[in-house]
Design a protein around this ligand. Sequence first.
Ligand SMILES: *[C@@H]1O[C@H](CO)[C@@H](O)[C@H](O)[C@H]1NC(C)=O
Ligand SMILES: *[C@@H]1O[C@H](CO)[C@@H](O)[C@H](O)[C@H]1NC(C)=O
Ligand SMILES: *[C@@H]1O[C@H](CO)[C@@H](O)[C@H](O)[C@H]1NC(C)=O
Ligand SMILES: *[C@@H]1O[C@H](CO)[C@@H](O)[C@H](O)[C@H]1NC(C)=O
Ligand SMILES: *[C@@H]1O[C@H](CO)[C@@H](O)[C@H](O)[C@H]1NC(C)=O
Ligand SMILES: *[C@@H]1O[C@H](CO)[C@@H](O)[C@H](O)[C@H]1NC(C)=O
Length: 268
Amino acid sequence: MSRLLVLISCFQVVLAEPYAVISGYLGDNVTLPSRADRSWHLSKIEWSVFTNNTWIATYRNGKTNIERISQFKGRLSLNITSGDLMIHGLTKEDCMEYTVDLINTEKTSTVNKLRLQVKEHLQKPTITTLFSTPEKGGCWMGLHCSSPDRGVNFSWQVIPDTRAAFSMWDPSGNHGVFLAFLNTTSKLNFTCTSSRTMESTSSTVTPQCNAGDKPEPQLDCRDRCGLCFLLGGVIMGTCIIIVYIFREEIKAAWKYLSDKFCPSTIPS
Ligand SMILES: *[C@@H]1O[C@H](CO)[C@@H](O)[C@H](O)[C@H]1NC(C)=O
Ligand SMILES: *[C@@H]1O[C@H](CO)[C@@H](O)[C@H](O)[C@H]1NC(C)=O
Ligand SMILES: *[C@@H]1O[C@H](CO)[C@@H](O)[C@H](O)[C@H]1NC(C)=O
Ligand SMILES: *[C@@H]1O[C@H](CO)[C@@H](O)[C@H](O)[C@H]1NC(C)=O
Ligand SMILES: *[C@@H]1O[C@H](CO)[C@@H](O)[C@H](O)[C@H]1NC(C)=O
Ligand SMILES: *[C@@H]1O[C@H](CO)[C@@H](O)[C@H](O)[C@H]1NC(C)=O
């Protein structure tokens, strides 16, 4: 609970304060710029965190100390020319405000603050085959795509392209279905891409059209609402695709019925 509150307050302050914001990804390295004047010859660099200004990395009298607190042990490097601090292997706890006190050889000093945001990379979406059934020289295919990430946008891509397709995404934002009638039984590549600002990741499957091959859909049944949504999507998509496939037959049947029962209203 307290961890959650720390993270929330951390992000709230990001919006409220005009500090420089640096972002890094969990597990990656990030460089915190000191923003020292490039003409300065630094004689003292002090990076600190928390409101009580706990030092984490210092350079004084020609000596560097980057092993000051356990949270950052073995994960820091300090560039004594630029004053920049690099943090290796970012953790969620590193998401906070950093202060750097700089003094140059002319005894001029400056203080800069910045806030570090720690983001997580998108994880690859998971594709499962709901069903695949050969039919009339083609194939019915139903796929499900889900992402462990919340609030992402999804898209499907089929190569080669297919026109009789329908897709629907759960508005809660982490899964969706794709239904298609393929006019071929040969293998196609289905790619599901999840994306958010500046980042996207995708998975591709090449399912075989095979009536005997019906793996149980691995749906997250804790999410009842999502399941109803998916079933609704499957039924609606099937109707749309049936209408698409049989559009010529429907037109012919409509014409036949019109001619038969209302011959006067339809010019032949
Ligand atoms: C992060 O820094 C470490 C130590 O300098 C290095 O071995 C590693 O390759 C760096 N990782 C990335 C993603 O740059
Ligand atoms: C400074 O604050 C941090 C977090 O609030 C705390 O863990 C640490 O013990 C404090 N250090 C001192 C010297 O009071
Ligand atoms: C330190 O920063 C200076 C100036 O930005 C740069 O030229 C130098 O390569 C950096 N040193 C290291 C070890 O990264
Ligand atoms: C399948 O449909 C596409 C587009 O409607 C068409 O270009 C392609 O030739 C068709 N393939 C077969 C095997 O009928
Ligand atoms: C489908 O994906 C495989 C493996 O990624 C690739 O080798 C193949 O060229 C792709 N086929 C098409 C039609 O894009
Ligand atoms: C998802 O797409 C919509 C419409 O294109 C866009 O407004 C929204 O910002 C996107 N969301 C993310 C997380 O990328």
